[in-house]
Design a protein around this ligand. Structure first.
Ligand code: ATP
Ligand code: MG
Length: 490
């Protein structure tokens, strides 16, 4: 019988088939996860043995005991089901095409995080399920200083949640809107760090595909971390050529047809920039031409190096090389880059800088980074003064003002945003976290990082600076009457 009891046999078998399929997926993934977790635990034990190789026997014993107790705590934590009730929303700090990012505090530990919220129904409707899956996978796999650390991911009937370290420096888009242009010295630093970050994700087999200033985040010391891996598997609408063919054609405006003064162009670009970032379509300014042209044949990681060239141009000139009033016009300029990549004479930049941009923004098989990744970039004269091994330890050229661990002054203001979480009712018995339209796309989305436990332990307990560190505005306090007692950095 079907749930309603009124369907014919065909429907009955479809209903049972779906149910059986979900159960099979759930069992398979449960065992796959268990195997992975065992392997992770063995790796951690092996790593510990390496670290303590030089210690005395009693020290070794002590460290093994501490490690074993952390593993027990981790097992316990993994069994605890996380939900939005474990977090308090403090502020909305970002919006993108498919999600909202909030500053949140974990109720039990007081830790501060950034939480990315994605609506399942939107993901399914816009065929983004593979992308959100990729984002969760890369964030859990990439455990390096160049990628935003993810601590937890979980889901309910309505949303997917990624809980990440909060980077208080804001994003590069906001920095570029604030500053007219960057100096060549500053540009060298940020492009070198971004190149190291890109290489780090290429090393683990991912292509970012969406390298743009909004996705380069700055930590409290002004160093870069990559975020937003939603595109690591495949194409978004913005990458599809037909989008531009079908775009309503408009008369070319001033902005498009007349090569006009750089200052005005930069102003227009900056005025429109946030609207592009928050729209569901986005901007094709940073996308490599081959991504549009050979989408059916596939393309390689080289496309990420093109995007870096576009960002370098924007840092030095004040707007990206192909910017236009409409995405269609931008697309046309990108694919005709041989004619449209020009340097305005009123914005003089060094010969080395120009040559570097041209080496990034050229045919994909001749592009810097195509054959030997970062090693080629290290040889480029523009980067000759970069200390590649220590760059992250050196002071960043632009100091980031961070008044506390929950300071959001480097972010746009979304003060009108609703901070509540959706009311989630308990799923019917026997059901998993499937949404009504969901066929198992979000299975295994849940993740908890072992390090989050060790870091809580390290910072643990009361943090003497926490009270001063968190300075909620009056509005936030009103929105969250249960005011935040303690904020702990991660
Ligand atoms: P997409 O680009 O696929 O549409 P998105 O733009 O919705 O995704 P993100 O780029 O991950 O999602 O986040 C949007 C903005 O939120 C970022 O540009 C940044 O300003 C802010 N943000 C995201 N993650 C963090 C973080 N970990 N710490 C601080 N701010 C963040
Ligand atoms: Mg983004």
């Amino acid at each position: 019988m079907t749930a309603s009891g009124s369907a014919n046999n065909g429907e009955i078998s479809q209903y049972i088939r779906d149910k059986a399929n979900r159960t099979r997926l759930a069992i398979e993934s449960y065992y796959a996860q268990t195997m992975l977790q065992c392997a992770d635990r063995d790796n951690r034990a092996a790593r510990l043995e390496k670290q303590i190789a030089g210690c005395s026997d009693s020290e070794k014993e002590e460290k093994r005991k501490t490690h074993a107790s952390k593993e027990t705590d981790f097992l316990r934590m993994r069994r605890t089901k996380l939900s939005v009730a474990d977090f308090q929303s403090l502020k909305v700090i970002g919006r993108g095409a498919f999600g909202e990012v909030r500053l949140v505090q974990k109720v039990d530990t007081g830790n501060i995080y950034a939480m990315k919220i994605l609506r399942k129904a939107d993901m399914i409707e816009k065929e983004q399920t593979a992308h959100v899956r990729a984002e969760r996978d890369i964030l859990s796999e990439a455990d390096c200083e160049w990628v935003v650390t993810m601590y937890f991911s979980f889901q309910d009937h309505i949303n997917l949640y990624l809980v990440m370290e909060f980077l208080p420096g804001g994003d590069m888009m906001t920095l570029l809107i604030k500053r007219d242009t960057l100096t060549e010295e500053e540009t060298m630093f940020y492009i070198a760090e971004a190149a190291l970050a890109i290489q780090a994700i290429h090393n683990i087999g991912f292509i970012h595909r969406d390298i743009k200033p909004d996705n380069l985040l700055l930590d409290a010391k002004g160093h870069i971390k990559l975020s937003d891996f939603g595109l690591c598997t495949g194409l978004k609408k913005i990458h599809r050529t037909e989008l531009y063919r079908n775009w309503p054609s408009q008369l070319p405006s001033d902005f498009v047809s007349k090569p006009f003064e750089s200052k005005r162009k930069a102003e227009t670009w900056k005025k429109n920039r946030r609207a592009f970032a928050y729209s569901t379509v986005g901007t094709p300014d940073y996308i490599a031409p081959e991504v549009f042209l050979i989408e059916k044949l596939g393309y390689t990681k080289t496309c990420d190096w093109w995007s870096l060239g576009v960002i370098m141009y924007e840092m030095l000139i004040g707007y990206p090389p192909f910017c236009s009033e409409t995405p269609q016009e931008t697309y046309r300029k990108v694919v005709n880059w041989q004619q449209t990549l020009v340097f305005p004479p009123e914005m003089p930049i060094s010969v080395d800088a120009k040559a570097t941009i041209r080496r990034f923004c050229c045919d994909h098989d001749k592009r810097m980074g195509h054959s030997n990744g970062l090693e080629e970039i290290k040889q480029c004269p523009f980067f000759r003064r970069v200390d590649w091994d220590r760059i992250r330890e050196l002071p960043a050229p632009i100091r980031i003002e961070v008044r506390g661990i929950a300071d959001t002054s480097n972010f746009d203001d979304f003060s009108d945003a609703d901070l509540s979480f959706p009311e989630v009712k308990e799923p019917p018995s026997g059901a998993t976290n499937f949404a009504p339209t969901d066929r198992g796309e979000f299975l295994d989305y849940t993740f908890k990082r072992f390090q989050c436990l060790t870091q809580i332990m390290r910072y643990g307990g009361t943090n003497p600076t926490a009270q001063q560190a968190f300075m909620p505005s009056q509005q936030q306090q009103n929105a969250n009457p249960k005011s935040v007692q303690q904020a702990t950095p991660i």
